[in-house]
Design a protein around this ligand. Structure first.
Ligand code: TXA
Ligand code: MG
Length: 345
């Protein structure tokens, strides 16, 4: 299949708009940028379109998809909002990187929700995502645009690697600003529950609605048929290890390991920040940026993981980020990438 590629400024053209709309309405796929990660979009109520998303991604079909809509006034046909605190969350964080899991109405098919009576709703803030949703005028499911088991795509180049010739349209929107997937929050309970951490943190949510619980995704995120892969979800190909402890000890440990691994003929990559780069010089170092610029660290994480794959690293060491305001989400993704291999020094 020849993939049609559009840049962000092309989507205002009437012919391109028509193409996007027709493609989505017929159940085909349009990859578009969002502020979190790129999404592979399909018409949410088109059964074949949705089944094909699972096939194209290689994703287990019991993992429910999120419905993307352009504005709060378009959600009423699909969900019932029962809890009184939900409106305050929508006002505070929509549009933006927060997915709200709500009780679904009968208009939302069970094959979309993996049999659940709830559905996740997200209103992305990215201007291109908003345009696509408005052009389409229909709810769009958009799981992260990555082949299953690979880190989510946050650059156009990542999308090309995974989906060129596999989808009808890809829209190039440059780098995703947030770089990590949205916070998924169950708002069907008296107290909201975080199912997947994101850059809308527990503290930020609690500032708006009071106590929030955390119950990290497992049941829907796991392919029961592959228990060995249980937590390995955002994984690079090489073996990744997170090294935790005081900075000095972490540096010493990683340097020792670089020497040992290189002696054994392995290619070693290190994920760190600008201040530590030089310390790990004999290895390939990918810096996430200035440690004080928390949003950069988050935004560059998946780029680092994909880079390690592109360079065929055998072993990857990463420093930890327990001091960051985004530590919940950064450590959640790092632990998954490392399949929970952690060395405490
Ligand atoms: O930032 C994002 O959310 C991106 C962009 C493209 O919008 N999308 C994304 O979709 O990450 P996906 O399909 O890769 O992840 C959706 C997550 C999954 O972990 C899924 O298990 C969970 O949300 N989820 C979806 N619907 C749910 C539901 N009804 N109940 C519980 N979890 C749900
Ligand atoms: Mg995903």
């Amino acid at each position: 299949m020849k993939t049609r590629i559009y840049t962000a400024d092309m989507i205002d053209h009437p012919d391109v708009k028509a193409d996007i709309k027709k493609t989505l309405l017929s159940g085909k796929h349009v990859v578009f940028p969002t502020e979190t990660v790129y999404g592979i979009g399909a018409y949410a109520l088109h059964e074949t379109g949705i089944l094909n998303i699972y096939r194209v991604k290689g994703r287990p079909s019991d993992n429910p998809l999120i419905m993307h809509l352009p504005s709060p006034d378009t959600i009423a046909p699909y969900v019932v909002v029962e809890q009184p605190y939900v409106n305050a969350l929508m006002d505070a964080f929509w549009p933006g990187p927060l997915t709200l899991v709500c009780k679904k109405k009968d208009t939302v098919p069970l094959w979309l929700t993996g049999g659940l009576d709830t559905v996740g709703i997200r209103l992305p803030s990215h201007p291109v995502a908003q345009k696509v949703l408005n052009i389409a005028g229909i709810p769009i499911c958009a799981p992260s645009a990555n082949l299953s088991g690979r880190p989510s795509a946050t650059l156009f180049e990542h999308v090309l690697d995974d989906f060129n010739h596999r989808v009808d349209i890809i829209i190039d929107g440059g780098k995703s600003e947030v770089g990590l997937e949205s916070t998924v929050l169950d708002v069907t309970q008296i107290k909201p529950v975080i199912l997947r951490p994101g850059v809308i943190t527990k503290t930020m949510l609690e500032d708006v609605v009071g106590p929030v619980e955390v119950q990290l995704e497992t049941p829907h995120d796991i392919a029961p048929r592959s228990p060995g892969m249980k937590y390995k979800h955002y994984a690079p190909k090489g073996e990744m290890v997170i090294v935790e402890g005081e900075t000095e000890k972490v540096v010493t440990y990683i340097k020792e390991q670089i020497t040992l691994q290189q002696q054994a003929g392995r290619k070693v990559g290190v994920i760190a920040t600008d201040d530590l780069m030089e310390q790990f010089a004999p290895a390939y170092v990918y810096t996430l940026g200035d440690v004080a610029r928390e949003t950069d660290i988050a935004a560059n994480l998946y780029i680092a993981l994909r880079r390690m794959d592109a360079l065929d690293m055998d072993v990857i060491y990463s420093i930890a980020f327990h001091q960051s305001v985004y530590q919940e989400v950064i450590m959640n993704r790092l632990y998954k990438a490392a399949n929970h291999r952690v060395i405490k020094v």
